[in-house]
Design a protein around this ligand. Structure first.
Ligand code: 0A1
Ligand code: ZN
Length: 885
């Protein structure tokens, strides 16, 4: 590995490109081992730069160069230099010129799945962030925008379908060769990372969409033959997303055609290439018997996410990769809003915050913490993180909270008006928001540059005589790697004061106008807000709707939390109160030893009663009620403990509370379970999905009692399941147990689904996640299962990823066996797919919060990894994970 490739790149080193490329003509002859790419580039010196040295450098990786010609004249070997990673031409004209380059690449040998590769025989591409340079020599950076025309030719039988970005402008046979061609033209200038090409023998499901202005757009989803009956949900989601973006943000689709291709080998979820989205098939294919409600939900949000990128990412793109959150944070925010508006309402916030806390909070608290806009990176592939995506979305949400929905929309309109067709920065985005609203957002910019989750402490004092309630707020942003000193942030803090009878009290600060929306703006390290005319001692509801991504501590006592859990009118905070109450019991139990490790039956019963009351309240949405029955996860408890975590003690604490609640409200849960039984055929609508979620959550608590009758209920649930949601829910519950019922269900599932890769992934995943003493051995054995293969990323993630990321007791087993297993597998995967290996190694990020014994085991394995030959990707993760102390 070149040491130079390991030098951090810095945001402050940004310099505009010396040359621009206005037009690209690509001629791609597909071949499994030697795909020939002829490119014709129209270049010109960047007019924004003072004329300097006329040296041109193009990026290229793993290419076999056949020829280079400048303005029609073939260059000889002395005219250019070829180093690993670049092709440079010492002297080029000071005016526009044409470069023609012919290269070969080997799609079949491309196991990194970046550039042009094959998935089950289909040719496909992945160019974000730096894959285009593995297809041809180019100025492969997002601020070089060109108009692409692409001719593809391939064997007619092997690849009857030929696709690229934009609109199809020609196609035909190449007589006497058995080959054919297609020509695609994309009128919108785009950076190379949005290029895509597909060639294969695929089936197509078609539909159409008429835009608000009356243009008809052809919609196509391409899948492997035989999978056509699993595309309806993706297509439906796409059409709803297109309509919603018109209605909510005034954004219309802009080409005549929108194509989606599902492939089975893909490093991530999906990719927003202009007019030709390429998807991991897991995020397209769904049928009630093969996909769960969770799969339906992911498909809907990722289809929407990639579609929304057409404006936030493609029409307006990023100047450089440090600005990744500009497109990702904003697009995640948009897809979250889409699901909230059209499907889940307030439940969406619970789902999003749970995800944020599970993945982003640990990242922000650990050695890999980085600002939403990082200032340096070694390998950009490592920055497709929860901080950039999910925390990035929270920043957009805070802007919307601060400016109001209309203000945010005006800001976004101005952003599109100013920057359509440009590659821009976070500053440009925030400036549009500031100008449209007339607000100074300079303090807000700290959210993009300071890493770490702010800690917000709130306490409320009531003065009976003055009838005032004083809310004292203080904020601390903890130090993170490379950032020891932090400035106070602008934190939107939504609050409410609740009277003893459950009524909302008016919020009056200095004058008589009640505080709009309960929104306070915290801007200083210490601040006091005094509410006047408060008739009686109130219970404060703080950080409503999770109005900022902070860790909140309050002075609330258990009685007040219990009160909020039953009476808060803010649905998010009502749910949060239940979680907080449970977490207080769980952390106390996990910290204790021996008898103190027990959750008292009395406390558990109280919690159970409150949870049961909400879960049974038919006036609430079933999906919302289900969220109450889901106890905090083991990773929630570990995060809350923050240090000296013993994952076995965490597991025991949670199992104890689960059993105690199950016993305390068993009858109520059984009643809920019965009442939520399915009626009629499967439907993915939120009401039906919510009922299934409620029923499974009740089942989980019932089985937690250990009663044989409840185990039998779970087995029945599995046997009678008429859809994948119910089958997998029962299988997951059974998977943790030591019982013939578990083995029967697993065997049955395997027998039924062994030939369906996406469903079989669930079988691997459910076993990898099972919290059992032998889980390391189980995973080890499954690694040699005939159906396991390191060839397919979904299979790797299902087994190894699920184990490392979703099985805290197994992965953190006290003898270090889980760490060793992950390290060995990651080392092997690193040789052929560094991006995937590095992502798996991210599972070590929280090792410093463990108790000393486990820490020592993890450290030894990490040090061993650091001493091996690693890809740049894995090197960055391993060294940073070890470094910060
Ligand atoms: N832009 C895509 C995510 C993505 C990133 C990298 C990839 O390959 C290395 C693929 C997809 C999205 O946000 O959906
Ligand atoms: Zn995205």
């Amino acid at each position: 590995m070149h040491q130079s490739g390991r030098k951090p790149k810095l945001l402050t080193d940004y310099a505009p490109p010396a040359y621009l490329i206005d037009e690209v003509e690509l001629d791609v002859a597909l071949d499994p081992k030697a795909a020939r790419v002829a490119s014709k580039l129209k270049l010109r010196p960047n007019p924004d730069l003072v004329a300097g040295a006329r040296r041109l450098a193009l990026d290229g990786e793993g290419l076999s160069l056949q020829s280079v010609a400048l303005d029609g004249i073939r260059l000889s070997r002395e005219d250019y230099a070829l180093k690993e990673g670049s092709l440079s031409i010492a002297s080029v004209p000071a005016k526009p010129f044409t470069l023609e380059i012919v290269t070969l690449c080997d799609p079949e040998a491309n196991t990194a799945l970046s550039g042009l590769y094959r998935s089950n025989g289909t040719y496909c591409t992945q160019c974000e962030p730096e894959g285009f340079r593995r297809i041809t020599y180019f100025i492969d950076r997002p601020d070089v925008l060109a108009v692409f025309t692409v001719r593809i030719e391939a064997d007619r039988v092997g690849a009857p379908v030929l696709l690229s970005n934009g609109n199809l402008i020609a196609q035909g046979e190449i007589e006497g060769t058995g080959r054919h061609f297609a020509v695609w033209h994309d009128p919108f200038p785009k950076p190379s990372y949005l290029f895509a090409l597909v060639g294969g023998d695929l089936a197509c499901v078609s539909d159409s969409f008429t835009t608000a202005s009356g243009r008809k757009v052809a919609l196509n989803i391409y899948v492997e033959h035989g999978k056509e009956d699993r595309c309806a949900w993706a297509m439906d989601s796409l059409k709803r997303a297109m309509r919603w973006d018109e209605e909510r943000f005034g954004r219309e689709y802009d080409l005549d055609m929108f194509n989606i291709v599902a492939v089975s080998d893909f490093n991530m979820g999906a990719m927003e290439n202009k007019g030709l989205n390429i998807f991991n098939d897991k995020l397209v294919l769904a049928r009630p018997d093969t996909a769960s409600d969770a799969d339906y939900a992911s498909i809907e949000s990722v289809i929407a996410h990639e579609y929304f990128h057409n404006w936030t990412g493609n029409r307006v793109t990023c100047r450089d990769w440090f600005q990744l959150c500009l497109k990702e944070g904003l697009t995640v925010f948009r897809d979250e809003e889409f699901t909230a508006d059209t499907r889940l309402g307030p439940v969406q916030r619970v789902v999003d915050v749970r995800l944020l806390k599970t993945h982003q909070f640990p990242e922000d608290a650990g050695p890999l913490a980085h600002p939403v806009r990082p200032a340096s990176y070694i390998e950009i592939n490592n920055f497709y993180t929860s901080t950039v995506y999910e925390k990035g979305a929270e920043l957009c949400r805070m802007l919307q909270t601060l400016l109001g929905r209309d203000g945010f929309r005006k800001g976004l309109d101005l952003y599109f008006e100013r920057h359509d067709g440009q590659a821009v920065t976070v500053e440009d985005f925030v400036a549009a928001m500031a100008h449209a609203s007339g607000r100074d957002l300079s303090q807000f910019m700290l959210w993009y540059t300071q890493a770490g989750t702010p800690e917000l402490a709130c306490s409320l004092d009531y003065d009976v005589h003055a009838k005032t309630a004083r809310l004292a707020v203080s904020q601390v942003v903890p130090p993170t790697p490379g950032q020891t000193k932090k400035e106070p942030m602008l934190i939107p803090l939504k609050v409410g004061l609740i009277g003893a009878n459950g009524d909302e009290l008016p919020l009056k600060l200095d004058d008589d106008t009640p505080l709009a929306g309960g929104l306070l703006e915290v801007t200083q390290r210490e601040q006091v807000f005094e509410f006047r005319d408060v008739p009686s001692p109130p219970t404060p509801s703080l950080l409503r709707g999770f109005s900022a991504p902070v860790r909140l501590t309050t002075s609330l006592d258990p009685g007040q939390i219990e009160f909020l859990m039953l009476h808060d009118s803010d649905p998010f905070n009502r749910w949060q109160a239940a979680q907080t109450y449970a977490l207080t019991l769980l952390t106390a139990a996990a910290r204790g030893k021996g008898d103190r490790a027990r959750v008292t039956d009395k406390a558990a019963a109280r919690l159970g009663q409150s949870l049961g009351a909400t879960a049974s309240d038919a006036a609430l949405l079933p999906a919302y009620r289900a969220e109450f029955l889901k106890l905090p996860s083991e990773s929630d408890i570990a995060r809350e403990l923050g240090r000296s975590v013993d994952t076995d003690a965490v597991h025991t604490a949670r199992e104890t509370l689960r059993a105690a609640i199950g016993n305390a409200i068993r009858e109520e849960l059984a009643g809920l379970y019965e009442r939520a039984a399915p009626s009629g055929p499967y439907s993915s609508d939120p009401e039906s999905a919510g009922r299934r979620a409620l029923r499974s959550a009740a089942l989980d608590l019932l089985v937690g009692t250990g009663e044989p009758a409840e185990l039998a209920r779970a087995e029945r649930h599995y046997r009678e399941a008429a859809n994948m949601t119910d089958a997998i829910a029962a299988l997951a519950i059974l998977s943790h147990l030591e019982s013939p019922a578990r083995d029967r269900a697993l065997d049955d599932f395997y027998a039924r689904w062994q030939e369906e890769p996406l469903v079989l992934d669930k079988w691997f995943a459910v076993q990898a996640r099972a919290a059992r003493p032998d889980s390391v051995e189980t995973v080890q054995t499954l690694l040699s299962h005939p159906k396991f293969s390191l060839k397919n990323p979904n299979r790797i993630r299902a087994l190894i990823g699920s184990f490392a990321q979703a099985n805290p007791t197994g992965f953190n087993r006290a003898d270090g066996g889980g760490y060793r297993l992950l390290a060995d597998q990651a080392l092997e995967i690193d040789r052929f797919n560094p991006h995937l290996a590095a992502r798996l190694l991210g599972a070590f990020e929280s090792w410093r919060i463990l108790e000393p014994h486990r820490q020592a085991r993890a450290k030894a394995v990490l040090e061993d990894l650091a001493a091996r030959t690693l890809s740049t990707d894995s090197y960055e993760i391993v060294t940073k994970t070890l470094a910060a102390g």
